[in-house]
Design a binder for this molecule. Structure first.
Ligand SMILES: CC(C)(COP(=O)(O)OP(=O)(O)OC[C@H]1O[C@@H](n2cnc3c(N)ncnc32)[C@H](O)[C@@H]1OP(=O)(O)O)[C@@H](O)C(=O)NCCC(=O)NCCS
Length: 241
């Protein structure tokens, strides 16, 4: 029978699903979220190297915010895992609506691991587009069935500042796209944005084939401040798989 969770692997000890990054980053794995991630998330997201670049509404990111996020991510990961595990399809692999492995973990020499960041892929919410056009785009995108090539997707990511500028997020995105998003979700189009000034995020996207299409001044209000956005698009080409 086909393994509908291919190419994810399972830990021999815990049974947890994982996807390993290629060398030289093979000490890093992506796994589903765990409840313990919430505490680490509070530290990472409140870091002044990270927080200004995320579209969080409140001034301070609390443990209850983090718990809610982990619960949301866990529910979404579990839904995909259960659906794929219960699929009996001898014809081929079926498309998934999400990537169940999204927590980035660094393996330690003693066999434990440390949560260092997150990557999420979901249907695009067009942050850069004003209502009512934004609502129209979201509705049309939501109406398409899982795996449809016209779905437009977005990525969001963050990494602990202790691990910035080591090439990690570039490889996380490349691995997620080539191993899961393109073959297992049928992702063919992506539309992302980063606040003006977030050179690192723009560069990470560009290294993965995204093209900067526009820069919008005063595009969105976050925590009482108007912020501008760099907008980037990605379209599938056969060289990506
Ligand atoms: C943006 C972020 C995910 C980048 O992750 P990362 O693992 O540090 O990025 P990489 O090491 O893969 O860097 C890729 C490229 O970007 C460059 N870069 C990374 N951070 C940079 C920065 N702050 N300023 C300028 N260039 C930067 C690197 O030099 C590298 O370029 P090169 O390969 O041409 O030499 C990370 O800085 C982060 O978590 N920032 C806070 C949260 C955030 O901005 N999330 C994205 C929201 S859209």
């Amino acid at each position: 029978m086909l393994d509908q969770l291919f190419p994810l692997k399972r830990s021999a000890t815990s049974g947890e699903l994982f996807l390993r990054l290629p060398a030289p980053h093979d000490n890093l794995i992506l796994t589903p979220p765990r409840p313990d991630d919430a505490l680490a998330l509070v530290g990472i997201i409140n870091d002044p190297e990270v927080y200004p670049w995320l579209g969080r509404p409140a001034e301070e990111y609390t443990l209850s915010d983090a718990k809610a996020l982990v619960e949301e991510y866990t529910a979404s990961s579990n839904e995909v895992i259960e659906k794929l595990e219960n699929t009996v399809d001898l014809e081929g692999l079926v498309f998934a609506e999400d990537c169940p492995v999204r927590s980035i973990r660094e393996m330690q020499t003693d066999g434990t691991d440390v949560f260092i960041g997150n990557i999420t892929i979901k249907r695009c919410n067009w942050w850069d587009v004003q209502a009512p056009e934004r609502e129209r785009l979201k509705e049309a995108n939501a109406a398409l069935p899982t795996g449809h090539p016209e779905i437009v997707w977005q990525l969001s990511d963050f990494l602990a500042s202790s691990h910035h500028r080591r090439g990690i997020m570039s490889v996380v995105i490349q691995t997620l796209m080539t191993e899961w998003a393109i073959p297992r979700m049928g992702v063919r189009q992506m539309h992302v944005s980063a606040f003006i000034g977030n050179t690192g995020s723009v560069r990470v996207f560009e290294k993965n084939g995204f093209v900067l299409t526009t820069t919008l001044q005063d595009a969105i209000e976050i925590r009482g401040e108007r912020r501008g956005l760099h907008v980037l698009d990605w379209t599938y080409t056969h060289s990506e798989c």
